[in-house]
Design a protein around this ligand. Structure first.
Ligand code: CTP
Ligand code: MG
Length: 228
């Protein structure tokens, strides 16, 4: 089954503290966003990419697409204040493929076989997300005193891309917008309207480049890829 992708690059990258949008940082000689886009560019099942950007950075992204010969980006859409607003804008620029994958531009290490597993699960269940089992013990605190230890066996750390049937994610985003609800991922908007979300066991290496330490992890992941 084919799909369209929405790739989000309209954040500010504040926690990376790089003095610029982290999407432009180089990883092994290539800008982060180029690495991410190339995963979809090279997947024959991806028919089209909607890239969501800050309007002030639009021309910089356009230059990268030309320089790195990325051809599948069919629309550059303006981002919004919060991630959810950026996704909403991206949804308006889709061409109507039955399945849509929504991905953080800041996750360059996602693998094609995972994309396909997610697409297949979205066809079957409506919504599918990649997640990894939480490795640390997680405690709930009140200030800096522990209130409770959460049972880890039921906890998952969630990643992107999150895959949806187009009609379902449209309905979920419209409902959230109407209610003024802001979620931290797209699946939570689907959960809100009472629809199932399937977990697909993901890869610990599909990290989101968030803080400066992540650049060190990225180098290690790149080195392991070279050795493969
Ligand atoms: N994003 C977006 N629009 C926003 C906020 C975030 O398109 N209004 C994108 C980011 O560009 C990123 C992804 O959503 O690819 C995940 O967000 P995050 O890791 O939080 O990135 P930033 O918001 O850029 O970073 P920070 O929160 O540290 O400022
Ligand atoms: Mg953010």
């Amino acid at each position: 089954m084919n799909y369209e992708a929405i790739v989000l690059a309209a954040g500010r990258g504040k926690r990376m503290n790089a003095g610029m949008n982290k999407q432009f940082l180089e990883l092994g000689g290539e800008p982060l966003i180029v690495r991410t886009l190339n995963v979809f560019e090279r997947d024959e099942r991806c028919t089209r990419i909607v890239l969501v950007v800050n309007p002030a950075e639009r021309s910089r992204f356009e230059q990268l697409l030309a320089r790195f010969r990325i051809r599948k980006v069919a629309a550059l859409t303006d981002g919004g204040e919060e991630r959810q607003h950026s996704v909403y804008n991206g949804l308006q620029a889709l061409a109507g493929e039955e399945i849509v994958l929504i991905h953080d531009g800041a996750r360059p290490f996602v693998r094609v076989h995972h994309l396909h597993e997610l697409v297949n699960a979205a066809v079957q269940y409506g919504a599918a997300i990649p997640a990894v089992r939480v490795k640390d013990t997680i405690k709930k605190a009140n200030g800096l005193f522990v209130e409770q230890t959460i049972d880890r066996s039921s906890l998952w750390a969630v990643q992107t891309p999150q895959a949806f049937r187009l009609s379902l994610i449209m309905e979920a985003h419209e409902a959230a917008k109407q209610a003024g609800y802001l979620g931290t991922d797209d699946a939570s908007l689907v959960e809100r309207i009472g629809k199932p979300v399937k977990i697909i066991e993901g890869d610990y290496r599909n990290i989101k480049m968030t803080t400066p330490e992540d650049l060190l992890f990225a180098e290690a992941i790149l080195a392991s890829r070279m050795a493969e």
